[in-house]
Structures are given as C-alpha cells and as structure tokens.
Design a binder for this molecule. Structure first.
Ligand code: LXE
Length: 643
C-alpha cells in the first residue's frame, strides 16, 4: 500500500515536471534506416494453431494421423464416423510411406445399405465461402480386397454439423490393396457465417458393405495466397502484407528446439512430397504436420516481398539439456545442409537439388542466420562450444551470411568467441518498462555490434495483471519504445513483436499481435502500431531535439528520400493531451498535410467481440515551417510532410 502511494506520487510528480508543450527542432543530419528494420517473428505456437490451422491453409486437422498412438481415441482427434461405419486409427500393415505409418481404418458391416463415411471438424471449424474452389485429395486402399473388384463413388462435401450440404464432388474409386490417390474440387455457392462445418467423405452402404478400407493424408485446401499449392491462408497473409514487413524470423522461437534434441525442428523432415513428412510433436503441445515446411516458408516469404531470418538448431532443447561437444557435428552438418537447401547451387548440391525439384531452381534470398534461440537458458554451453562450433563451420562455408547470436538479454552481452556482430534480444514486460526503456539503445556504445530486437511485447498491465489481448496503453508504450528503434537504427537493424498469431479457440501464450478464427482476423492495437512504424519507416533518420526516457511524449523523424516526404511520429503515453511544436529545416510545399493516428481510451482492446475498438484514422493538419500538433492522450500519430 505504502509502495503504491509512493509510485502514484512519483507519477504525478513526473507528469508535473513536463510542460504540456514539447519544442522539437530537427536538421537534415542523421543516419540511414536499414531496410530490414521492421518485420515479423513467427513460430508455430498457440494451439490450435498459428502454423497448422493458421497461416498454413490446410483445413483438415489430423489429416495423416502423424505422431498419434493407433487405437486411442486421441488418435481420432477431429474425426467422427458417419452412419454405422466403424473408424479407428491403425498402424497400416503396408503404409503409404515410411514417414506416415498410420491410417484411418474404415470398416463397414456386411448387409449395410444406408450411407456411411466419416467427417473432419477442421481446426475448430471450416469456413464456407461463396466462390471459393476447394482442392481436395486423399490416399486410400483396401487391405484385403474382394476377389472381384468393387468400384463406386465417394461423395466429398462440406456440410453443416446439422447435415446441410453446401458443396460436393463425386470421387470414383476401385478396390485395390495398393494405395491410390484421389483428387477432387468443389466450389461453394454460399457463404456461411458459422464455421461449425464438417468435411465429409461418404458412400452408399451397399457399395462398400463388408469392406474395410484405409485412408490417409486426407487434405482440403481453400484458395491460397498467390494461388500456391500447399500454400498459405489468404486473409492472414494479406493482413501481414498490409504491414509491409521486411523480414520473417522462423521457425522459432522455442519451436525450433524440441523438448529434446530428437524432437527439434529438422529441416529435412519438412521438405519433399507431403507423404514423406513425418511431422513432429511441436514445442507448444500439439502436432506439427510440417506441411508448412522449409520450402513453403521460403516461397511465401518471397511472395510476400520479405527476406528470411532463418534459425538453425544450436544443440539446446527445452528440457534444458545441451548436446555434448562431441555430438555437435550432426547438427553442424544439418545446418549446412539446411542453408544449402536455401541458397545452394542446384546443379552441384544435393540439398539445393531438392529445392529445385520442388519448383525453385534459383537460390532464395538469404542474408541472416540465427544460431539457436534464447541460449541464455544455457549460456555456458553456448559460450563454451555451441556458438563457436556452429559459427566457425557455417562462416567457413558461407562467409557472405550474417550470423546472429541469441544469448543476450539486454545490452549487456556475454562473452562469446568468435565475437558476434549480431545479437537477438528478447523482452516481455509492462507498459512502464517500454516507456522508460525508450532510450535503452541510446546508451549502448557504437562498437560495431548490431541488435535485433527479435521478440518484445507488453504482456501485463503495470499492476502485473496478465493480458489476453494487447491494450492501447501497452501498444502506445511499445510505440514509445519503438521511437528508440528508429533513433538507434544505426545499431538496431531489425525488430519484431512476438508472438505473431493465435487461434481464438485455444491459445498458450497471450497477448498476440493478430488473433484469428477460421474465417475472421482481428488486428490488435499493437498490430496498428507495428504497421504504422513499418509503413512510415523511411530510409533516413533525422536527428532532433533530445528527449528523456521518462518523458510522456516521444517522437521520431524519418524521411523517404526519393519521395521527399518526412514522417513525424509523435507518441503520447500520457492519458491527457500534450502539444509538440516542430520547427522544420525547410518550408513544406503543401500547407495542408495528412496524418494518421491511433488513439483510444485507456484499457481499449480489439477483441473478437469488438474487433475495431481502436483503428487508425486520418486527419489533416496545417503544415508550415512550424507545425503545432496537439497529440491526444494515449496516441501514436504520424504526420507526413512533403518537402
Ligand atoms: C520466447 C521464445 O523464443 C518464443 O518461442 C516464445 C513466445 O514468443 C517466448 N517465450
């Protein structure tokens, strides 16, 4: 209680110190803004799911019974029988591939006449959208086929849980003990608001009476971003594209590391034909199909106009164990192969040849490799040998790439040898931390080190109360902190909020930048902050009147040199308005300028029930050699001034 009073007093005192007007002058001196400054951090997190069931457009959950235990009810997750059919997951006596040992066994009793089949409920629902053509496929066989072949047709459809069919396709089949692949498409003619829909595969009971069939890799895709096969969800991709992100850090985060080394994300299990991908138990407690594999990530990153910041496993897993020094070679080779898959010459390198066989003969763009993730959890082995072993081997093989070390928690970096140039820092905290931290990078010496703020977010209120969604107070605090990224972009080369995505139905980590359901996308208040910083990044930072960390108002001025535009960002973290008076080094060519502002009352959150509680809006202002701007409480504004 006493402490609270003291803090309250300190707050009142500090706001009282500041006049309501901030005078800001700037010159044309400054430094370049790196083109990589604002991007995305991604891993498959947030059951179910930011990758599977999220960005990865596959609609069928548990499509290939990967990593499940046959015979258990959990193995049937998302599946149900239709009619009198009996379904179970079995270990196939003759699996479709060594990677996919399991299959759905579908048994129909002799004498059956009514319709039988099975359904899948998707990743907490399936969207039905008018005009969408869905592309489906599955493998099937009849382990003990009858002497006389049976031919017939399945019906594949999308239906409500009540049984109303929205769209369907006829899929002919013939019994055979070997695996056959069936493909089909259907187009929805109506949009359903509810996502409580099912995918069904059914057949007349008399056709299959007495038969037992096996099915696996039962897949259904909606139209995907850029029309890519095995591609990404359109609405989520477009939401991310609206941020114009420069980079994509993947595949983790914790999800890189595995609970044990054996469970790590291993690139070779994520490429090639889908039947050759075993999947793995990811680090957030659910199966990763790895349909979203290394190739798919890279193709989409290219389609999105981003560049990858790709992590390689560095011999540390979440159970806290480090690979022994003597065991590192396996992972060094794996990392070299992973990089060769991305940039190797397909005519001479085996891993690059796999890439070419998948459709991308040319190397992908790759500049940054992150060695591990959060190795401050095992700093001793990282410092003793893991960093050096990987860095030395990778640098010898790929000297043109930049290698990022992960073990720094703040500007105080541990000693690694060889000395890294690039460091990834992570911070999750409360609004006051980010407001007071706006000058954290200013105090670092300019000694050649470059920083990636690879993860950061306001995860709690100042009281310590956890957040389910970002709230405006935290988002504006992040905006104050980000003014520090702009200002220090001579040593901060990249920054990304984390985590990026979560499915509204089930989540392990909140808050997240973007929340989605099977058919909706909710942009948080922090999304809009990230978006404004990215869209108005500019290419040159202009030095201006120096502020202090504890000031309720922060600002940053950048320029898009070729457009002759200046971006004046004003961040007011106080709940009441403050005025900023800018004195420009030139007289603007237009007397009226346009600005964009994100502001909302304290506590405002964008949620599934109120997705647009705070969205940016535009405004006009009078532009002259002096610009007086009254920044509302809790706001981020960007004033665009043309030279
Ligand atoms: C740190 C880690 O890198 C991520 O996997 C987690 C969520 O973004 C965070 N604990």
């Amino acid at each position: 209680m006493v402490l609270k009073r003291v803090l309250a007093f300190a707050f009142i005192a500090s706001t009282a110190v500041y006049a309501a007007t901030f005078d800001v002058t700037f010159s044309t001196a400054g430094h370049d803004v790196p083109p990589t400054l604002y991007g995305l951090m991604f891993e498959d997190i947030n059951h179910v799911r930011s990758g599977d069931g999220g960005l990865y457009a596959e609609l069928i959950q548990n499509r290939a019974f990967q990593t499940v235990t046959p015979g258990t009810s959990a193995a049937l997750t998302a599946w149900a029988a239709l009619g009198s059919a009996k379904i179970s997951v079995v270990k196939s006596s003759s699996p479709v591939s060594s990677a996919l040992p399991n299959a759905l066994s579908f048994a129909v009793a002799s004498g059956t006449t009514s319709t039988v089949g099975f359904t899948n409920s998707g990743y907490f629902g399936i969207p039905v959208t008018a005009g969408w053509t869905y592309t489906g496929s599955f493998y099937y066989r009849t382990p003990s086929p009858p002497a006389t072949k049976v031919s017939g047709s399945f019906t594949a459809d999308l239906r409500s849980t009540g049984g109303t069919v929205f769209t369907s396709a006829t899929v002919p089949f013939t019994t055979s003990s070997t695996w056959q692949q069936a493909t089909f498409t259907f187009t929805a003619s109506s949009t359903q608001t509810s996502v409580e829909n099912l995918f069904a595969l059914s057949v007349g009971g008399s056709t299959v009476a007495g038969l037992t069939m096996e099915f696996t890799l039962i897949s259904l895709f909606p139209p995907t971003f850029n029309g890519r096969e095995n591609g990404f969800r359109m609405d989520l991709s477009e939401t991310l594209l609206d941020m114009k992100p420069a980079f994509f850090r993947f595949p983790g985060g914790n999800n890189l590391e595995g609970e044990t080394a054996a469970d790590r994300w291993a690139w070779e299990n994520t490429v090639g034909d889908l039947v050759d991908r075993p999947g793995r138990v990811g680090d957030w407690g659910y199966i990763n199909t790895d349909g979203l594999g290394l190739y798919e990530y890279l193709q989409w990153i290219e389609d999105m106009g981003m560049e990858p910041i790709m992590a390689v496993y560095a011999g540390y897993s979440l159970n806290g164990a480090s690979v022994a020094s003597s065991g590192m070679q396996t992972y060094i080779t794996e990392a070299i192969n992973q990089i060769n898959f991305v940039i190797g010459d397909a005519s001479t390198n085996a891993q690059a040849a796999i890439r070419a066989s998948m459709g991308h003969a040319d190397p992908f763009t790759l500049n940054y490799i992150e060695i591990g993730n959060e190795d401050f959890f095992s700093p001793t082995t990282y410092a003793d040998y893991r960093w050096a072993d990987l860095y030395n081997a990778l640098h010898a093989e790929f000297p043109q790439l930049h290698y990022i070390a992960t073990s720094a928690t703040s500007g105080n970096v541990p000693t690694l040898s060889p000395t890294p140039t690039y460091w990834d820092l992570h911070i999750y905290s409360n609004p006051n931390f980010f407001i007071n931290g706006a000058f954290n990078f200013d105090i670092l010496s300019r000694n050649g080190l470059q920083f990636f703020q690879g993860e950061y977010a306001t995860t709690t209120e100042n009281s310590g109360a956890a957040l389910t969604y970002p709230f405006i107070d935290g988002s504006i605090a992040e905006a104050a902190y980000m003014a520090g990224f702009d200002r220090n972009s001579d040593i901060v080369f990249a920054a990304s909020y984390a985590p990026l995505l979560n499915h509204v139905s089930s989540t392990q980590w909140t808050p997240d930048l973007i929340t989605f359901s099977p058919n909706t996308v909710i942009r948080s208040t922090s999304y809009y902050v990230q978006q404004l910083y990215s869209l108005y990044k500019g290419d040159f930072y202009l030095q201006s009147t120096t502020n202090t960390a504890s000031s309720p108002v922060q600002w940053s001025i950048t320029r898009d040199t070729s457009a002759g535009q200046y971006f004046l960002k004003v961040i007011n973290t106080a709940t009441s308005a403050n005025t900023v008076v800018f004195t420009l080094p030139f007289t603007p060519s237009h007397t009226t300028g346009t600005g964009t502002i994100l502001t909302a009352p304290s506590g405002t959150q964008n949620t599934p029930t109120s997705p647009n509680a705070a969205v940016p809006s535009t405004f006009s202002f009078t532009a002259g050699k002096t610009i007086t701007y009254n920044a509302p409480g809790l706001s981020l504004s960007v004033l665009v001034v043309t030279e």
